[in-house]
Design a protein around this ligand. Structure first.
Ligand code: AMP
Ligand code: ZN
Length: 143
Protein backbone atom coordinates (compact mmCIF):
# COMPACT_ATOMS: atom_id res chain seq x y z
CA UNK A 1 0.00 0.00 0.00
CA UNK A 2 1.37 3.41 -0.96
CA UNK A 3 1.69 6.15 1.65
CA UNK A 4 -1.25 8.09 0.20
CA UNK A 5 -3.61 5.12 -0.03
CA UNK A 6 -5.26 5.48 3.36
CA UNK A 7 -8.91 4.69 3.85
CA UNK A 8 -11.50 7.39 4.37
CA UNK A 9 -12.63 10.39 2.39
CA UNK A 10 -11.30 13.91 1.98
CA UNK A 11 -14.00 15.35 4.18
CA UNK A 12 -15.30 15.60 7.74
CA UNK A 13 -13.66 13.19 10.14
CA UNK A 14 -14.67 14.63 13.47
CA UNK A 15 -17.73 16.84 12.99
CA UNK A 16 -18.64 20.08 11.28
CA UNK A 17 -16.10 22.77 10.49
CA UNK A 18 -18.00 25.19 12.75
CA UNK A 19 -16.59 23.36 15.78
CA UNK A 20 -13.51 25.60 15.42
CA UNK A 21 -15.05 29.02 16.09
CA UNK A 22 -12.09 31.40 16.45
CA UNK A 23 -8.83 31.96 14.65
CA UNK A 24 -7.10 31.73 18.02
CA UNK A 25 -8.04 28.04 18.11
CA UNK A 26 -7.75 27.43 14.38
CA UNK A 27 -5.30 24.66 13.47
CA UNK A 28 -4.17 26.29 10.23
CA UNK A 29 -3.74 29.70 11.93
CA UNK A 30 -1.48 27.91 14.42
CA UNK A 31 0.50 26.37 11.55
CA UNK A 32 0.72 29.81 9.90
CA UNK A 33 2.09 31.21 13.18
CA UNK A 34 4.57 28.29 13.39
CA UNK A 35 3.02 27.15 16.66
CA UNK A 36 2.37 23.69 15.19
CA UNK A 37 4.92 21.99 12.93
CA UNK A 38 4.23 21.33 9.28
CA UNK A 39 6.27 20.26 6.28
CA UNK A 40 6.31 23.69 4.70
CA UNK A 41 7.14 23.96 0.99
CA UNK A 42 6.36 27.66 0.47
CA UNK A 43 6.03 30.70 2.69
CA UNK A 44 5.69 34.39 1.91
CA UNK A 45 4.04 37.35 3.62
CA UNK A 46 0.55 36.26 2.63
CA UNK A 47 0.51 32.50 2.07
CA UNK A 48 1.78 29.19 3.35
CA UNK A 49 1.87 25.81 1.60
CA UNK A 50 2.64 22.53 3.34
CA UNK A 51 2.23 18.78 2.92
CA UNK A 52 -1.14 17.33 3.90
CA UNK A 53 -0.64 15.09 6.93
CA UNK A 54 -2.80 12.35 5.35
CA UNK A 55 -1.91 12.43 1.65
CA UNK A 56 -4.42 11.15 -0.88
CA UNK A 57 -2.12 11.36 -3.92
CA UNK A 58 1.63 11.23 -4.57
CA UNK A 59 1.62 15.03 -4.26
CA UNK A 60 -0.86 16.41 -1.72
CA UNK A 61 -0.21 19.95 -0.52
CA UNK A 62 -2.38 22.50 1.24
CA UNK A 63 -2.20 26.19 0.31
CA UNK A 64 -3.62 28.66 2.84
CA UNK A 65 -3.79 32.41 3.33
CA UNK A 66 -1.95 33.36 6.53
CA UNK A 67 -4.88 35.45 7.73
CA UNK A 68 -7.97 33.66 8.93
CA UNK A 69 -10.73 33.21 6.37
CA UNK A 70 -13.14 30.42 7.19
CA UNK A 71 -13.98 29.30 3.65
CA UNK A 72 -14.69 30.38 0.09
CA UNK A 73 -18.19 31.20 1.31
CA UNK A 74 -16.66 34.09 3.28
CA UNK A 75 -14.96 35.74 0.32
CA UNK A 76 -16.18 39.26 -0.52
CA UNK A 77 -15.45 41.97 -3.11
CA UNK A 78 -12.43 43.22 -1.12
CA UNK A 79 -10.77 39.81 -1.33
CA UNK A 80 -10.24 39.73 -5.08
CA UNK A 81 -6.61 40.80 -5.21
CA UNK A 82 -5.13 38.34 -2.70
CA UNK A 83 -7.39 35.54 -3.94
CA UNK A 84 -6.03 35.97 -7.46
CA UNK A 85 -2.49 35.94 -6.04
CA UNK A 86 -3.35 32.71 -4.21
CA UNK A 87 -4.76 31.13 -7.38
CA UNK A 88 -1.69 32.11 -9.37
CA UNK A 89 0.56 30.65 -6.68
CA UNK A 90 -1.11 27.22 -6.90
CA UNK A 91 0.46 26.06 -10.20
CA UNK A 92 3.82 27.51 -9.20
CA UNK A 93 3.82 25.47 -5.99
CA UNK A 94 2.37 22.38 -7.68
CA UNK A 95 5.05 22.18 -10.37
CA UNK A 96 7.85 23.02 -7.95
CA UNK A 97 6.85 20.14 -5.67
CA UNK A 98 6.41 17.08 -7.81
CA UNK A 99 3.41 17.62 -10.06
CA UNK A 100 4.40 16.59 -13.56
CA UNK A 101 4.63 19.17 -16.36
CA UNK A 102 1.77 19.99 -18.67
CA UNK A 103 0.10 18.74 -20.73
CA UNK A 104 0.64 15.12 -19.66
CA UNK A 105 0.93 16.06 -15.98
CA UNK A 106 -1.05 18.75 -14.20
CA UNK A 107 -2.74 18.91 -10.83
CA UNK A 108 -6.14 19.10 -9.16
CA UNK A 109 -7.20 22.07 -7.04
CA UNK A 110 -9.91 21.33 -4.44
CA UNK A 111 -11.55 23.73 -2.00
CA UNK A 112 -13.97 21.81 0.21
CA UNK A 113 -16.47 24.36 1.46
CA UNK A 114 -18.82 23.84 4.41
CA UNK A 115 -19.91 20.62 6.05
CA UNK A 116 -21.68 19.20 3.00
CA UNK A 117 -18.72 20.25 0.88
CA UNK A 118 -16.53 18.04 3.05
CA UNK A 119 -14.67 20.83 4.85
CA UNK A 120 -12.98 19.59 7.99
CA UNK A 121 -10.72 22.54 8.86
CA UNK A 122 -12.47 25.90 9.14
CA UNK A 123 -9.71 27.94 7.48
CA UNK A 124 -9.73 28.42 3.70
CA UNK A 125 -7.35 25.99 1.99
CA UNK A 126 -6.74 24.66 -1.47
CA UNK A 127 -5.79 21.02 -1.78
CA UNK A 128 -3.15 20.69 -4.51
CA UNK A 129 -3.20 17.08 -5.69
CA UNK A 130 -0.97 15.59 -8.32
CA UNK A 131 1.50 12.96 -9.40
CA UNK A 132 1.23 9.72 -11.25
CA UNK A 133 -2.15 7.93 -11.29
CA UNK A 134 -3.89 5.99 -9.85
CA UNK A 135 -4.71 8.13 -6.83
CA UNK A 136 -6.65 7.23 -3.71
CA UNK A 137 -10.42 7.35 -4.21
CA UNK A 138 -10.39 10.19 -1.67
CA UNK A 139 -8.58 12.36 -4.22
CA UNK A 140 -10.29 11.13 -7.35
CA UNK A 141 -14.06 11.39 -6.84
CA UNK A 142 -16.37 10.56 -9.69
CA UNK A 143 -17.54 14.17 -9.86
P1 AMP B 1 -10.65 19.54 4.43
O1 AMP B 1 -11.41 18.26 4.66
O2 AMP B 1 -10.83 20.06 3.03
O3 AMP B 1 -10.96 20.57 5.49
O4 AMP B 1 -9.13 19.17 4.52
C1 AMP B 1 -8.38 19.27 5.68
C2 AMP B 1 -7.08 18.56 5.42
O5 AMP B 1 -6.16 18.94 6.42
C3 AMP B 1 -7.17 17.04 5.42
O6 AMP B 1 -6.76 16.53 4.15
C4 AMP B 1 -6.20 16.62 6.53
O7 AMP B 1 -5.46 15.47 6.22
C5 AMP B 1 -5.30 17.86 6.65
N1 AMP B 1 -4.69 18.07 7.95
C6 AMP B 1 -5.26 17.99 9.16
N2 AMP B 1 -4.39 18.31 10.12
C7 AMP B 1 -3.22 18.59 9.50
C8 AMP B 1 -1.91 18.98 9.95
N3 AMP B 1 -1.65 19.15 11.26
N4 AMP B 1 -0.96 19.17 9.03
C9 AMP B 1 -1.21 19.00 7.72
N5 AMP B 1 -2.41 18.64 7.23
C10 AMP B 1 -3.41 18.44 8.11
ZN1 ZN C 1 -7.44 30.09 10.78
Amino acid sequence: MKMWQHTGLIGPMSGPASQIPMSHDCLFCKIARHEIPARIVHEDDEFLAFHDINPAAPVHLLLIPKHHVASLADIGPADGDWLVRMLRLAPEIAFANGCNPMPAGGFRLVANTGAEGGQEIDHLHFHILGGERPWSNRAAPAA
